[in-house]
Ligand binder design. Structure first.
Ligand SMILES: Cc1ncc(COP(=O)(O)O)c(C=O)c1O
Length: 418
């Protein structure tokens, strides 16, 4: 008999995994794979970190569901307080949801209520989710939107600088993107009708492409000038992925709203948005909610995850392993000029491949990642609108030896597929 499962999910691999521990996933026949997908940048503490497992087990025996409208369990305040301690300055009040897309929707709803304005601006190449609004905000690939039009209106798209692709110096790429933003405000969405901009500080699905600090600061200056909220979508870049708790911390910009998910709870589905108390007061009671938001097991998993991420030495490992990975990839680029860029902070590293004519080479990335899987037992994913960026997002607990093992598998794949 055929499968009873929907066929709608694309598959990175069809490996039948039965367990995960640290950076390793194991299949039904006992084969082990080095999981550098982290389940799409989620299992930052590694699969089944003992601290997180213990917290989930203990909480499951106390309360599985304590619905936030009906009553309040203690972990809600505890998690909000903990998040306030690690969030960018001024972000001290939190709303909980279940997924990145839901949290993004919540951030846009807050921005509309708080400003009384209808429109938002997003950046070319972004990914914000699969719901109708977040599809309208997503421009990393048409595949995410095809067949679902019409999508919600009031979403305007402005360029994101990509200096390497466009053969520009970074300051020139930034200048052009800021000019395009100003043109958008002059010609498409009036400042008085614009509630917020929503920016990934490092484009995720769009190719692991960091926003230059000057670009984020230029956009922030315009937000202040016109009264737009600066919303940082840190769903993929947050919780230590970039070697800082949030990627925006390194850009010299204080956001008005931060969207959090993925790495927040080591894989338990919980998400959050954070903003200042003053801003959240402008969101009328009852204006938003949800059955499962603030689930007690999710809160316990998030609290335990934050304990792991904030332990002494944790972030130092992220930065040291990131350095090791980038310098290993840059060494490989000497013998493999098809690697035109190695980029990204911490362990959010992108490696862009082109063909002999300099065109994006998605087929090569597919061949390389297949070789890594089959011969090197290393799981990697792609990213980028052209599918030509190898996306390196190992668990943040990855060891020096595991990075070396992954680099060796990647080099073998480059040689075998050239
Ligand atoms: C930056 C960003 N925002 C939002 C989302 C949507 O998150 P979810 O898949 O949990 O809805 C993603 C998912 O990849 C993401 O990378």
């Amino acid at each position: 008999m055929g499968s009873h499962l929907a066929d709608v999910w694309f598959q990175v691999t069809d490996l039948p995994v039965v367990s995960g521990s640290g950076c390793i996933v194991t299949t039904a026949d006992g084969t082990e794979y080095l999981d550098f997908t982290s389940g799409i940048a989620v299992t930052s503490t590694g699969h089944c970190h003992p601290t997180v497992v213990a917290a989930i087990q203990a909480q499951a025996a106390r309360f599985i569901h304590a619905q936030v409208n009906c009553y309040r369990h203690p972990l809600l305040e505890q998690l909000a307080e903990r998040l306030a301690g690690i969030s960018p300055s001024g972000i001290d009040t939190f709303f909980f949801a279940n997924s990145g897309a839901e949290a993004t929707e919540a951030a846009v709803k807050l921005a509309k209520h708080a400003t009384g304005r209808p429109n938002i601006v997003v950046f070319q190449g972004s990914f914000h989710g699969r719901s109708h609004l977040t599809m309208a905000m997503t421009t990393s690939k048409t595949g995410y939107r095809a067949g679902y039009q019409p999508l919600p209106s009031g979403v305007f798209v402005t360029p994101f600088p990509h200096a390497v692709r466009d053969g520009l110096a970074e300051d020139e790429a930034v200048g052009r993107a800021l000019d395009a933003f100003d043109l958008l405000l002059a010609t498409q969405t009036a400042p008085s009708e614009t509630a917020a901009i929503v920016m990934e500080p490092v484009l995720g699905e769009g190719g692991y492409l960091p926003a230059p600090a000057a670009f984020a600061q230029g956009i922030k200056a315009r937000c202040e000038q016109h009264g737009f909220l600066y919303v940082a979508d840190e769903v993929q870049s947050g919780f230590g992925r970039t070697g800082a708790m949030f990627a925006i911390d390194a850009l010299g910009v204080v956001p008005d709203v931060v969207i959090m998910a993925k790495g927040i709870a080591s894989g338990f589905p919980i998400s959050a948005i954070g903003a200042s108390a003053e801003l959240v007061r402008r969101w009328a009671t009852g204006a938003h909610g949800g059955t499962y938001g603030g689930n007690p097991i999710g809160c316990a998993a998030a609290l335990a995850t934050i304990d792991v991420l904030t332990a002494p030495g944790f972030m130092e490992n992220v930065n040291a392993r990131g350095e090791q990975l980038r310098s290993g990839l840059r060494s490989l680029a000497v013998a493999h000029p098809e690697i035109i860029d190695v980029r990204g902070p911490g362990l959010m590293v992108g490696c862009e491949l082109v063909d002999a004519n300099g065109a994006p080479n998605a087929a090569r990335v597919a061949a390389v990642t297949a070789h890594c899987r089959d011969e090197g037992h290393l799981l990697l994913m792609n990213a980028g609108s052209g599918g030509n960026v190898v996306r390196w997002m190992p668990p943040l607990i990855v060891s020096e030896a595991e990075i070396d093992q992954a680099l060796a598998a990647f080099e073998a794949a480059l040689v075998a597929t050239s």
